[in-house]
Design a protein around this ligand. Structure first.
Ligand code: NAG
Ligand code: NAG
Length: 989
């Protein structure tokens, strides 16, 4: 079966295309992606552009703003293309000096630049385009992060010779060390430069790019291909230049250069730093060739012991050496001893033939320009004056050689001693291991001394090399002479006693490992010189194996606002160390917090106010501590300490500590809400639902509230109110319903949802969800988990049918007479209705509650009137005011509350009705009597029990009389009756 992919997709594709076109029209603003790590003092350049405006050719105005890490909510205006007064004072002077600028690249893009970047320029930069249109649609600003790090690139030429002087054709070897302390991933590029004599610019001889490719400089290509120019990386930081044969054109200023590169998030590489080492003047002397005869030189040791090796090295120097033939001869006391002919054939003088045969004498050509003669073992009879002679051999047309003019070297006197002199040298130090940064100390003692002593200290650092290089010497007159290669190093030679020589090399590095030798020479009274030597192997430990870095924290998981303490323990700290505290955020960016340099200086990045550093030197251990003050979610992440050792201007990074994961937890919520409740509401009345916060986590909290209605299909959001009190209806709430719904926020705080004109459809379980917001130590709001309370709302359909007698009536009574206030229910809503009846008395505008009969048969009198309550029938409630007096005038009425059964075995108030007014006038005739009765009470109304006690029998008699009279005259009230005296009266009512 075949099925089509296209046909069902077609409508979808059309819709997508439509959406795409819609999106196209939207404004978009882009800024160079960060974080951009830049070095202090360098140039920061950020590009920003915008698109999607209806008029792309119109030149847009841009603004640049920034936020400091220390005040992340405070925006600072930097520069605007529209308003010259836009900048804050902090940036204004730098804008005037053109140190900060913004330039249009075209109508829709700009380049923002800060020259000479400062540490406090670190932060979040925002580029905003000023909208020239009336409508807004899209994104008008974009942000990027800039991190300002220290410039730690270091470059030095080894030995830093002040000047170099060579002959044309000689070899040059120079080393240079380049390193950085940057903890972010960087690449170093390296190059040797030459500023030729008279030239303006320096040109590279050879360079190693940031992607580690070797490139010869312009004009040096052929020599590079011939391997006459090389650049070798000897270790992490050391680069060596080798030029096999110097040319005269190489004369000039030579120096090395390092560049530090970082890869930006857009994958492009950016040069964050570049440094040059000091320029070294290089002189290349031209060969002065006056004739075809060569220059000849001899080198050898001038004092040897019997049995040692005598090495006579003969150097020749001539034009076009490689293409010519020479003969070289060695002379002893003016007589030829041995000769190497033009074709390499060795001829030996008769007396030496035997020694040659047994291998005691050997002569070899070791190079174009070097010939060596070895005699081993040497005898005392071999002492005397030696020289070397060389002459060119021109091959004639017949193939025979024609001798050219010979040239002799200077003669050299060589002494051979017998060891019996008793003079010996001992080195005190045996093979030893030294820590980097420490002082290397060697002691040589001479014994059996008869003459004057001098000493030379040599070393060889490469085990494969057989050549010792001189470090320093001390002659018999006490004058020291340091070798050029050690010009920049501190070297001490002392002679604490006549026969003791001490050598000290402070601040050793791993590269100082090797064999050290002392040669003590004695000039004996007879004029003879004898030398004795001793050597020792010295290992300078590698820093990696020595220094241990361990990071820990007792409590890496803390509650918001608490401090976190991190401890970085460094063992064997007797080397100058630079320690960097850093922290990797969740997005994987490595942020430098602070760098503590070996010289004691401290360099903070970003915001320093949230951290504290401390260094505790405990001898063999140094404890570096970092305290994160009042941690918030911003400070959560992986912390690390990185150590690098700074020796001889070179940073050597040690493996970083492992990470300590700092987690910041929210505080436990103390939020509590009023308990769940049930409400029954009559239809068409207003539903009011309360949600009260009874306990909170902080007194400064803010609350966001969501009101939801539980439904089978999931909860329906009615209304939300954010922490600032901005309310919004849920999307599912129809417009018509929105008019009925409102929310109020009162102190407490209490949230009150009102639904007007209750409908049956409003029935249900209402959820009040409250989210508590707290401020973190930065002032930023964060939320705790929400709490809810629910209210079950029932809407009762039952109609209000309650009605009571509302006819007004007038009544004239004599003083001291009783009168009743009837309260008659003519209709009730249900048969099961219960009633609460309250009687009132009104005089003028003053209304007083006299009496209440509750549904639960509790009675409560509220006034000083003596009353009697009875309920002659289920519909009729009666209150009789006993013993009226002149003050009993006024309007009396009752109010009936009808209560009905509500769901959940509850009762609800269903209706309230008021009766008609009964206007009572007390006849003045009886006034005299009443006045007589009560005058002594000074017109004060007092409770009846006091009256009872005070007046005693007399009053009881009157009461009894009145009762009898009422019963006999009225008689018709036969229902249940109660005496209010039985109910305590409330004197405060
Ligand atoms: C600016 O626009 C071009 C496309 O025209 C884009 O390649 C570039 O990445 C944009 N962003 C920035 C920050 O310059
Ligand atoms: C009767 O109801 C009233 C009002 O609801 C209340 O104040 C009173 O305490 C109740 N009395 C009894 C005995 O339950």
């Amino acid at each position: 079966m075949k099925f089509s992919v296209f046909s069902p997709l077609r409508p979808f594709l059309l819709i997508s295309l439509g959406l795409f076109l819609l999106c196209e029209a939207k404004v978009n603003t882009e800024i160079q992606t960060g974080p951009l790590y830049r070095v202090v003092g360098s140039l920061l350049s950020i590009s920003c552009n915008t698109s999607g405006f209806s008029n792309p050719n119109l030149k847009k105005d841009f603004k640049i703003l920034m936020k400091n890490p220390a005040k992340p909510f405070h925006e600072i205006n930097i520069i605007s293309s529209e308003d010259p007064n836009f900048s804050y004072a902090r940036f204004f002077p730098r804008i005037q000096k053109n140190e900060i600028s913004m330039k249009h690249v075209d109508s829709n893009s700009i380049i923002f630049e800060i020259k000479n970047l400062k540490k406090e320029d670190e932060g979040e930069y925002e580029c905003a385009v000023v909208n020239p249109e009336y409508t807004f649609n899209g994104i008008y600003s974009a942000k990027t992060v800039v991190k300002v790090i220290d410039d730690s690139l270091s470059i030095t030429s080894s030995g830093s010779p002040t000047s170099l002087s060579y002959n044309e054709g000689e070899a040059l070897s120079l080393t240079c060390q380049a390193s950085t302390n940057t903890i972010q991933h960087v690449h170093l590029a390296f190059a040797w430069y030459l500023r030729k004599e008279g030239a303006q610019d320096a040109k590279p001889i050879i360079s190693l790019d940031r992607d580690f490719t070797l490139v010869p400089g312009e004009g040096f290509e052929q020599r590079y291909r011939d391997e006459a120019i090389r650049l070798d990386k000897l270790d992490e930081a050391t680069y060596r230049l080798n030029i096999a044969e110097l040319e005269q054109s190489d004369q000039g200023q030579i120096y090395c250069q390092a560049q530090e590169w970082i890869q930006d998030p857009d994958r492009s590489w950016y040069k964050i730093s570049q440094k040059d080492a000091e320029e070294i003047p290089l002189t290349v002397k031209a060969k002065v060739v006056t004739s075809m005869s060569p220059q000849v030189s001899l080198s050898a040791k001038n004092a040897l012991h019997e049995g040692q090796e005598l090495l006579l090295s003969c150097g020749i120097n001539a034009q076009n050496l490689a293409k010519r033939f020479f003969s070289v001869a060695w002379l002893w006391e003016g007589n030829e001893l041995a000769k190497i002919g033009p074709t390499g054939i060795l001829t030996v003088r008769q007396e030496y033939i035997d020694r040659e045969r047994i291998g005691e004498l050997k002569a070899t050509r070791t190079g174009n320009n070097n010939y060596q003669l070895r005699i081993m073992p040497v005898k005392t009879t071999d002492k005397g004056s030696y020289s070397c002679r060389a002459w060119p051999e021109e091959r004639g047309e017949d193939g025979n050689f024609n001798q050219g003019a010979a040239q002799d070297s200077q003669a050299m006197a060589i002494d051979i001693f017998t060891p019996e002199s008793g003079f010996s040298v001992k080195m005190q130090n045996v093979r030893q291991t030294v820590s980097p940064g420490q002082n290397l100390k060697l002691i040589c003692d001479a014994d059996g001394v008869k003459g004057q002593l001098s000493v030379t200290w040599n070393r060889k650092t490469l085990p494969t090399s057989s050549l010792f290089a001189t470090i320093v010497s001390l002659n018999k007159n006490g004058v020291t002479e340091k070798a050029g290669a050690f010009a920049s190093r501190e070297v001490r030679v002392t002679r604490p006693t006549m026969n003791r020589f001490v050598f000290e090399l402070p601040d050793v590095a791993e590269s100082d490992s090797g064999t050290y030798e002392c040669i003590v020479s004695e000039t004996q009274p007879n004029g003879r010189t004898e030398s004795q030597k001793q050597n020792v192997d010295i290992t300078v430990q590698s820093i990696d194996s020595l220094v241990k870095v361990a990071l820990r924290s007792r409590e890496p998981v803390v509650t918001m606002g608490n401090d976190v303490q991190l401890m970085c323990k460094i063992s064997r700290p007797d080397v100058p160390m630079t320690l960097t505290w850093s922290w990797e955020t969740e997005d994987g960016n490595l942020n430098t917090i602070v760098v503590l340099y070996s010289n004691g200086s401290i360099s903070w990045s970003g915001d320093q106010s949230h951290y504290q550093v401390q260094v505790d030197n405990q001898g063999n251990i140094v404890m570096y501590s970092l305290k994160v003050l009042r941690a918030s979610h911003r400070e959560a992440g992986k912390y690390q300490c990185t150590v690098s050792v700074f020796l001889h201007n070179v940073y050597k990074k040690l493996p970083a500590s492992h990470f300590v994961d700092v987690k910041v937890l929210n505080p436990d919520s103390k939020l509590a809400l009023s308990p769940n409740q049930t409400i029954a509401q009559r239809i068409n009345t207003d539903i009011q639902i309360y949600c009260k916060v009874t306990s909170r986590t902080s007194e400064f909290s803010l609350f966001a509230v969501t009101w939801e209605l539980q439904e089978d299909a999931g909860n329906k959001i009615i209304l939300t109110s954010d922490r600032n009190g901005i309310t919004m209806f849920g999307e599912q709430i129809e417009e018509s319903h929105r008019k009925r719904i409102s929310m109020r926020h009162t102190d407490g705080p209490t949230f009150e949802l009102t639904i007007q004109q209750a409908r049956i459809s409003d029935k249900g379980i209402y959820l009040c969800k409250v989210v508590e917001y707290l401020q973190d130590p930065w002032g930023e709001w964060y939320s705790l988990s929400d709490k809810h309370s629910h209210t079950e709302v029932d809407v009762i359909e039952l109609e209000k049918k309650l009605s009571i007698e509302t006819k007004d009536a007038e009544m004239n009574i004599s003083i001291a007479e009783d009168f009743s206030i009837p309260c008659y229910i003519t209709q009730q809503s249900t048969n099961e209705s219960q009633f609460q009846v309250t009687w009132f008395w009104q005089q003028g505008t003053e209304v007083k509650t006299i009496f209440t009969a509750y549904r639960n048969s509790t009675l409560q009198a509220r006034d000083k009137n003596v009353v009697r309550y009875d309920r002659p029938s289920p519909h009729q409630f009666n209150l009789t005011v006993l013993k009226s007096n002149s003050e009993s005038d006024g309007i009396y009425f009752c109010e009936v509350e009808e209560w009905i059964h509500a769901p959940g075995d509850k009762w609800m108030k269903h209706a309230v009705e008021k009766s008609g007014n009964l206007n009572v006038t007390v006849d003045a005739e009886g006034q005299a009597k009443a006045v007589t009765d009560l005058t002594w009470q000074a017109g004060t109304w007092i409770p009846i029990y006091v009256v009872t006690v005070s007046i005693g029998l007399c009053v009881i008699t009157i009461l009894a009389y009145k009762l009898c009279k009422k019963n006999t005259s009225g008689g018709k009230n036969s229902g249940p009756s109660l005496w209010t005296e039985q109910v305590p009266l409330d004197p405060h009512a």
